[in-house]
Design a protein around this ligand. Sequence first.
Ligand SMILES: Nc1nc2c(ncn2[C@@H]2O[C@H](COP(=O)(O)OP(=O)(O)OP(=O)(O)O)[C@@H](O)[C@H]2O)c(=O)[nH]1
Ligand SMILES: [Mg+2]
Ligand SMILES: [Zn+2]
Length: 424
Amino acid sequence: MPLTHPLSKVLCPFCFREFHLGQAPLRVISSSVRVNDPVVQRFLSKESDVPMAPVEQPTGFFNKALRWFWYPSLTDDNEVKHRICPHCHMELPVQLANNKLRSNIIAVTGYRSSGKSNFFGVLIDALRNRYSEEVGLNLTTQETFSTRSLQTIYSDELYDERYGDDLFGDNPKAVKATLSAESNIDIRIPLIYRLNLTRFSFKQRLLHPFATHRPIDLVLFDAAGEDLKSPDIQAIHGRYLSHAAGIIALIDPLSYSEIRKDIRMNTNITSNQKPFDAMAILRRTIEKHSQLSPNQKIKVPLAVTISKFDLLRNAPGLDPCVFEDHVHSNGFDELAAKKTSDAIRSYITHKGINAITSVAEGNFQTCQYFGMSALGRSPREDSSLTSIDPINIADSLLWILNRLGYLQTEEEMKGRSKRGNSRS
Ligand SMILES: Nc1nc2c(ncn2[C@@H]2O[C@H](COP(=O)(O)OP(=O)(O)OP(=O)(O)O)[C@@H](O)[C@H]2O)c(=O)[nH]1
Ligand SMILES: [Mg+2]
Ligand SMILES: [Zn+2]
């Protein structure tokens, strides 16, 4: 019988609400009976019934009170049961359900057309096929939920449906604009990946002397930009951001007329996007969903990431060094990332877009600027792509991992190998 502290809490990766593990109901997966689950129905905003396996709730005063000190094991019975979130009734990933891992979340946000979906699609592929070797990490798919089969599925399956089949299929094309949650309930469901990192910091080594790796969860909640105005999605998105250990804010260069002028000089791109104060919205969203007072700076590291960065090639006033793709094989290349950050910051201020820098630096204790291109080029009119050549696709994520102690810098790695050599 697994014991737990009555004040301990876990975070649901679907609705981003906290709860005590003992209060989580169980879904009897092995049952052949199917009944409507009104909680799932509400969470997915479905009008029709959502037939699912039955749910077991703790009953009786004594039993309920006891559940603050223990939670039922999932392997005790002959029946197959899954632990579910008491708020949204989504099935919890196994490690979380068994209280094995309380993970941190890295959140990504960006307004309409800022490049979120293409970023997610190319990032996951690059983490698996390039960065696993380069920075010593291992990416494992976690359980998520299929709104079609109403069952738990692995995030990889959802990844292929949403991004992989388009980007890396026989005829590669850019991921299409995400449909609003009103017509596409599927996007309420995040992709969940676990990153196991081997080159973690000295402090983490002291805290976990026998660990071979440190795990962190990447929860990709891909809202359609337009939904960020809907109170329902805003609430989920707000809780997602306010529980994050690190935030990547994607900024669309096309949404600033000052930058668009530079882009039009080089390409025939037109955009009717209105300037959008993405950063102020970020601050407001977090404030609304956390206990933050107005004069308090947000502690989580913020990576302000200019997306579609390929469009800015040849932009006057932008140092060409920022388009070099950084290699992190000897640890996170902090110097190169800092040089890029300084160049981008000076470009932004030169353009007079102080709304980005003042909100980022005035509200966040730690922030850095990044330039990222997921595709490396604009797709053709029919969305097709000749090839995908990302630029610094993972730098903002690797920087956050470094700030959180999960990944060492090149300098720290050198220091470690020197210490190792002098000992031998
Ligand atoms: N040049 C260039 N264009 C890009 C890149 N990534 C995305 N785009 C373009 O930007 C458009 C929007 O990108 P998405 O990834 O769909 O943006 P989003 O934030 O998911 O948009 P919504 O789903 O509408 O909120 C795409 O259709 C592409 O045309 C890139 O790396 N380079
Ligand atoms: Mg999208
Ligand atoms: Zn939940």
